[in-house]
Design a protein around this ligand. Sequence first.
Ligand SMILES: CN1CCN(C(=O)c2ccc(Nc3nc(-c4cccc(NC(=O)c5ccc(C(C)(C)C)cc5)c4)cn4ccnc34)cc2)CC1
Length: 285
Amino acid sequence: TSPCDRPVPPTAGLSHDKWEIDPTELHLLEELGSGQFGVVRRGKWRGSIDVAVKMMKEGTMSEDDFIEEAKVMTKLQHTNLVQLYGVCSKDRPIYIVTEYMRHGSLLNYLRRHEASLSTNVGYLLDICIQVCRGMAYLERRNYIHRDLAARNCLVGSENVVKVADFGLARYVLDDQYTSSGGTKFPIKWAPPEVLNYTRFSSKSDVWAYGVLMWEVFTCGKMPYGRLKNAEVVDRVQRGLILEKPKACVKEVYEIMRKCWAHCPEVRPSFRVLKEQLINVNQGLV
Ligand SMILES: CN1CCN(C(=O)c2ccc(Nc3nc(-c4cccc(NC(=O)c5ccc(C(C)(C)C)cc5)c4)cn4ccnc34)cc2)CC1
């Protein structure tokens, strides 16, 4: 295709280190919330591009390792991935600059719109398919997310849904988050091999994706309700799985259940999941 057909890569035109963003070209606006690394704000880049800026609180992230990885992350480009535009790494705190998603996290979006969403099975399935497309791209690029959940997906204009913060879990310094015994470890989205051996893979992302599907079809309920982490670990080890959400048709629940196969090899790939979900969605029309 001629150069004018190809979309200009969003990181084009940056300084010699194309993933390095000049902070004088950023204009910070309101706070969007805060997460594991601290405050996140909306901003404008080069006067007109809407961005989200994570300002890395000191001591929350292994910064040098992340800056190295940022080069790879800027190359991951897909409609259903929140695009990393670059980083401001010359001063501290480091800024992580991504495209802006105006409706916030998928989890809050599901909870806010439960009334209209709970009867719209086709749209709930479409949300799952969009996340699956983003994850199938990461799978093709041999890139593991490590913390896929509705809270780590974002909703943008025209209700597009994108996967965010892929791979970032590797740079969190808080061992309450990184160790499977920690209070912040995402136990309810983790398969047996992660609970027992912290063995992450695209197939552990598939397990988490099954839980994300459950979150979508319950419009943002907490998986396993108020069960304590230890009780969830015990259930998962014994092969007990999440029950079928009311809004979920049998065919969709069958796909969810496959994501929770005890052995990672038995779970479908995201590529296969995507085909199966699209088939069900066409069957619903
Ligand atoms: C009508 N509603 C009004 C309220 N509302 C908002 O305030 C709102 C609107 C837009 C928002 N957008 C974004 N919000 C965020 C955001 C905001 C707060 C916290 C975070 N998350 C984090 O900081 C974070 C997430 C995960 C992780 C690990 C490594 C653990 C996986 C580490 C850190 C992200 C990032 N974004 C990237 C692109 N767009 C956004 C966020 C919130 C949503 C719309």
